[in-house]
Design a protein around this ligand. Sequence first.
Ligand SMILES: [Zn+2]
Length: 216
Amino acid sequence: MKIVMAESTEHGSATQRFTTTGRTNGRTKRGIRTDKLRLFWRSSMSSWLSRLFGWVLGSSKQPRLVCERRIWSAGVEELRRRTLGGRRESGAFLLGRDEDGTKRILEFVFYDDIDPDALRSGIVHFAGARLSRLWAICRTRGFGVVADVHVHPGGYQQSPSDQADPVIPRAGHLAIILPHFASREAVPGSIGMYEYCGNGRWLTHTSLGRAFFTLH
Ligand SMILES: [Zn+2]
């Protein structure tokens, strides 16, 4: 198990990757236009497919993650408060239980309550040595870590370090990212939702929204 968790400041958006220069040298405008159309078609097709897939999943399957609205709202509010007005990132372990394949969030355990230095640098940097405190809380409550959540200054896409360093590097672990320092409404549909598959691979469930993560 990897017990050193680190974050970098890299939170590049997907669009930045397309703004390369010099690539279109020597190409016709028609060619560029065709590429753009193809790109547009591909992205609208994939978002349409995601929505359809989400609808089918939502109507036939139980959500993977659930939480009472009051627990979620209070936790998000506390994460927002701990950013000190958007001056640093914050995050929490999400503790709870597995209920027949659906993970239920019952408690937020904030990184800086376990490791007082976790947020000091402005980005989440958790000392693995402090994890014993987390396991003690889990034992006392009879809960497990069902997911983790952290805020980003900008969008909810995973950064390269989010992908490289899963908080719990176990297949099936869920990671949630709240955009804009959690300063806006942070509910399924407007937050990033990712599942670790092992071997450095992740699945993105963001577009499934409430079908994947239901507040009630
Ligand atoms: Zn991140």
